[in-house]
Design a protein around this ligand. Structure first.
Ligand code: BDR
Ligand code: CA
Length: 304
């Protein structure tokens, strides 16, 4: 599967990128970056470094520095660290970003791989909305858009109602949902159903000291955050779950539902099932075989 990941690395973004690099069924052809867990310049630097660590010679195009509305959003250093990869110091990639901005590069890639390209968005979905706004054919050219975000029948994680990626740019998600593209939502309904504990990351580092080792170190702060928040030392595989949903849809129960994203007020970022709103139905992952997702993720690092 030809895949582009739009990302804000981010501890679980790093997990998703390494997963895509190692999974034999994925041909990762580019990364595009966005603000979110860190400022976009740090996201680009991290994405370049993660790709290099994974031995990938692929372009990385820098994207949105803020939401479509230009609302100011602070990075979440207490979850992902000052530099985005837990307690790790700033990384120093060898390469530099592609000349085109992410949304233009996405349009170019979708045109070049018409009907074949799956775009997996694991940060605020601003770059994809901008691609849709700037190229009327973008939504038709992509095979599918799979995004990590939203909370359909469960509480949010930045507010009672909203998941972080949808809260960061709700307007962008409404544009993507109504673009005519096939859209799959991988939200907290599934990603919160299985947590990974310290032993899980110990296993990754043991099986794959290089890449598993990076994730082992990066996940310490992430696990600290979950422990202080949920009272249990286990973190979610949010972003890798979305990548796995691209290639292994059979691991999920998807319901076709018209979704509307609340753009302002106390419920900003809420993803509501709204049959009377005129939005087209998208595929919403309402359940997942998360034990299989965890096993699938670990298996590409060599964990049996
Ligand atoms: C999402 O928000 C970010 O913090 C994570 O990287 C993930 O994409 C989870 O709500
Ligand atoms: Ca992310």
């Amino acid at each position: 599967m030809k895949l582009v990941i739009d990302t804000d690395p981010g501890v679980d973004d790093a997990m998703a990128i390494f997963y895509a690099a190692l999974a034999p069924e994925i041909e990762l052809i580019a990364l595009t970056t966005t603000f979110g867990n860190v400022a976009v310049e740090k996201a680009t630097r991290n994405a370049l470094w993660l790709a290099e660590m994974a031995g990938l010679d692929i372009p990385v195009a820098q994207g949105a520095a803020h939401a479509l509305s230009a609302r100011a959003i602070s990075p979440v250093a207490f979850i992902h660290g000052d530099e985005g990869l837990g307690h790790a110091p700033p990384v120093t990639p060898k390469g530099c970003a592609h000349a085109l901005p992410a949304h233009e590069f996405l349009c170019e890639l979708a045109r070049a791989h018409k009907g074949e390209l799956v775009v997996c968005a694991i940060g605020p979905i601003t770059n994809l909305a901008r691609a849709i706004q700037s190229d009327p054919d973008f939504a038709r050219n992509v095979a599918r858009i799979v995004f990590m975000g939203g909370a359909y029948a469960v509480p949010g994680n930045v507010s009672v109602h909203a998941e972080a990626n949808t809260w960061n740019d709700p307007e962008a998600l409404n544009i993507v949902i109504t673009s005519g593209a096939e859209v799959v939502m991988v939200g907290l309904d599934v990603t919160m159903q299985a947590l990974c504990d310290q032993a899980y990351f110990d296993g990754l580092a043991k099986a794959h000291p290089e890449l598993g080792g990076v994730l082992h170190n990066a996940s310490r702060l992430y696990l600290d955050f979950y422990e202080s928040n949920l009272g249990t030392r286990g973190c979610s595989l949010h972003d890798p779950t979305a990548v796995i949903a691209c290639t292994h849809p059979e691991l999920f129960k998807m319901q076709r539902l018209p979704i509307v994203v609340v753009e302002e007020g106390d419920e900003m970022g809420r993803t509501i099932g709204a049959p009377d709103h005129g939005h087209p139905a998208i595929k919403v992952c309402v359940r997942g075989d998360m034990a299989a997702v965890k096993a699938r993720f670990a298996s590409v690092f060599g964990v049996n």
